[in-house]
Design a protein around this ligand. Structure first.
Ligand code: ZN
Length: 365
């Protein structure tokens, strides 16, 4: 059964539409995640927004809104400008103060495609990113923006011919589901033609502290993890962390990243005095158990891959296939997925990618 609203598909949007096409053709299990926009008040004047997936199947990373006496600080600007517009309308209901700062937590475009929408709405805005994130965005995003309309048009044309991306003819059931997706995909295609890349305008290396008016916002790069330039926000008075995709619940994103450093980065995050953590995707967390679970998972992958390398020698002379059979992450499956079949499948998929990026990180040392 085709489910374009499956989180695995949504996540794939920012990497390549090609992956999406392949995934669309796969039989996917029912998602257990809810598909509702959810606003959570974290403290007076601090809100997090979990976004619903749109009718093209795409979804955005969480957005956090921090309102000061003078101006507003926003963390992440969504995948679709449509979602960013909705968030801006919501912010304007909360306050008449302008958004002065927008942070992009990392380069994946489900967190920054909406930059231009914010810049148009608040022309004196500063868009902050860690310096590596700006480099990656400037390298990757202009091409993404350019390719996207053509890729979406090709996907729509393929579906209209009753086929999937591999040329396989869709079953009658699949055709019905595709029919439901087409209006959303066509809307996304139209919007993608208007997408304009907006680069960050203010970079930092390790730390940037900003007072937005009776409220201190600390922006930190604690080390590499999900990407080379992950940034988090810490509100010391309110004891809130906004983690970006260093933490994603219920199943971490491991298509990219540096697991050995990731575990260390999470431990540094855990040292911050916080009672509330906003992950990059998924519900707000009110304790650190999940943070340490993800750190333990990363650490276990690293230790097992390293143990195997110590048996076979220099990783550059070996392939992933010679390593992956020696790594078993299934002891963690129950803790992430409990007895949910869909989550278990997603865990296994995530674990495969985790071993791959752990090996690649070790090979590059
Ligand atoms: Zn994300």
């Amino acid at each position: 059964m085709i489910r374009i609203d499956d989180p695995r598909l949504r996540r794939c949007f920012f990497f390549s539409l090609l992956i999406l096409l392949i995934a669309v053709a796969s039989a996917l299990a029912e998602s257990t995640e809810t598909n509702q926009r959810r606003v959570t008040k974290l403290a007076e004047g601090v809100y997090s927004i979990e976004h619903e997936s749109l009718n093209d199947g795409s979804s955005s990373g969480n957005t956090t809104v921090i309102i000061g006496d003078r101006e507003v600080f926003v963390v992440d600007s969504c995948y679709r400008p449509l979602s960013a517009q909705k968030d801006i309308a919501q912010i304007r209901q909360w306050t008449n103060k302008p958004v002065g700062y927008l942070l992009n937590t990392h380069f994946h475009n489900d967190h920054n495609n909406g930059n231009k929408t914010y810049m148009d709405a608040f022309p004196s805005l500063a868009i902050i990113a860690q310096e590596e994130t700006k480099k990656d965005m400037d390298l990757i995003q202009p091409g993404n923006v350019k390719r996207q309309p053509g890729e979406l048009a090709a996907l729509i044309a393929t579906f209209k011919q009753g086929k999937d991306q591999s040329g396989r003819t869709l079953s009658e059931d699949e055709k019905k589901q595709v029919q439901e997706l087409l209006p959303g995909l066509e809307q996304a295609e139209a919007e993608s033609k208007t997408l304009v890349y907006q680069s960050p305008t203010l970079t930092f290396t390790d730390e940037l502290n900003i007072d937005i008016g009776n409220r201190e916002v600390q922006v930190k790069h604690l080390g590499r993890g999900n990407t080379p330039g992950d940034a988090i926000v810490y509100l010391p008075k309110e004891k809130i962390i906004v983690a970006g995709d260093l933490l994603v619940k219920p199943i971490p994103y491991t298509y990219d990243g540096y697991p050995a450093e990731w575990a260390q980065t999470l431990h540094k995050m855990g040292e911050l005095d916080a009672t509330t953590i906003v992950p990059g995707h998924g519900p707000v967390l009110y304790e650190k158990t999940y943070l340490y679970l993800v750190a333990d998972l990363m650490q276990s992958a690293v230790e097992q891959v390293h143990a195997r390398i110590s048996q076979i020698g220099f990783p550059g002379g070996h392939t992933l296939d010679e390593v992956k059979g020696s790594v078993d992450l299934t002891p963690f499956r129950q803790r992430f997925a409990s007895n949910d079949k869909d989550l278990q499948t997603r865990f296994d998929d995530m674990a495969d990618h985790l071993v791959k990026i752990t090996f690649s990180e070790a090979a590059q040392r």
